[in-house]
Design a protein around this ligand. Sequence first.
Ligand SMILES: *Cc1c(COP(=O)(O)O)cnc(C)c1O
Length: 427
Amino acid sequence: MTEFGFDTLQIHAGARPDPATGARQTPIYQTTAYVFRDADHAAALFNLQEVGYIYSRLTNPTIAVLQERVATLEGGAGAVCCSSGHAAQIMALFPLMTPGDNVVVSTRLYGGSITQFSHTIKRFGWSAAFVDFDDIDAVKAAADENTKAIFCESISNPGGYLTDIPAVAAVADELGIPLIVDNTLASPYLCKPIEMGATLVVHSLTKYLTGNGTVTGGVVVDSGNFDWSASDKFPSLSQPEPAYHGLKFHETFGNLAFTFHGIAIGLRDLGMTLNPQAAHYTLMGIETLSLRMQRHVENAEKVAAWLEADPRVDYVTYAGLPSSPYAARKAALYPKGAGALFTFAVKGGYEACVKLVDSVEIFSHVANLGDTRSLIIHSASTTHRQLTLEQQEAAGAGPSVVRLSIGIENVDDLIRDLDQALATATA
Ligand SMILES: *Cc1c(COP(=O)(O)O)cnc(C)c1O
């Protein structure tokens, strides 16, 4: 369906009237298992000789529609849904990494991702080297012979900075390793990492794709463009896989190797499966993705400009402001907008920030983003609390900044709310 426009694909890709009933909307297949036609059919499914449904930890028809929808919107060959954005990050790395391997990652990431990469993955024998991705030479210098991937966010949390994906992708190409882009903050409406050279895209479905704060979910999209057999770096994909009776995934499934591995081994053995009800909510959300993103961006541009002109505000990080150091990159790579998440520094520091989040009325003080509702959080005392001061500053989440996720309400109401809260906070 790639010849259709984005607004058409966000409604139709992957979906077809239900063959059993003609139901126009995708049914929620709330079932754990699927009846085999006969013993031969069962054997063919287990051998991956025939594609079909066995058990919902692996595949489910509602989730299959969502996978095809997101893969199409991102321009990928296939996708695997999983239980959260964090699960998607592990699922993306899992086929690539063995104990002793590492990944080069940006210092500017979602706070939970910094924790996942700096501590938790060590339990698998993996490690991460953190670098400033605006310094492309540093990204290259951080890689060694055990580096199996490069990981960054397109629009990065919490400052809303924009990554030069083509430049990072060129480094990954040179090193012969995949670039993984977390595209959560941009959504495929504002950024298509695969078109800019990324191999894999991960999302927290929890955010803009569902869009209304009802679901926890994730997805890994594979471009289908990486040659896993070009080197001996990725034996799980290029060599006989002992976890699947010696199947060679790349040889057998070609550009769907990563996707099949993600289902047949990742979901089978790690079990980080999305549930069909959640997939339904996300499918509903995606139907209006472009409309929401347009309004998110329009509102964010107005709120950021208003804050920048306010004497109670020190600075605003929004990359969509003409004054932003990212303005040229935005025009070149993110022409539809710089998203709707950014930080601003309140004169009065930590104390004023805490007062501000306690004084807003329309904005909700929550640890989430990408909701229709406008959200606010003081990262240093919450999402980035586990980090050192140095890590907080490097991530753009220092003690004197507040993070906003601008919703799709009337923008004048949002500005009035911030105005009264700033008055209280800086009184
Ligand atoms: C929320 C988020 C995640 C984690 O997603 P969950 O669904 O909460 O596990 C990862 N990356 C980014 C950029 C996020 O905003």
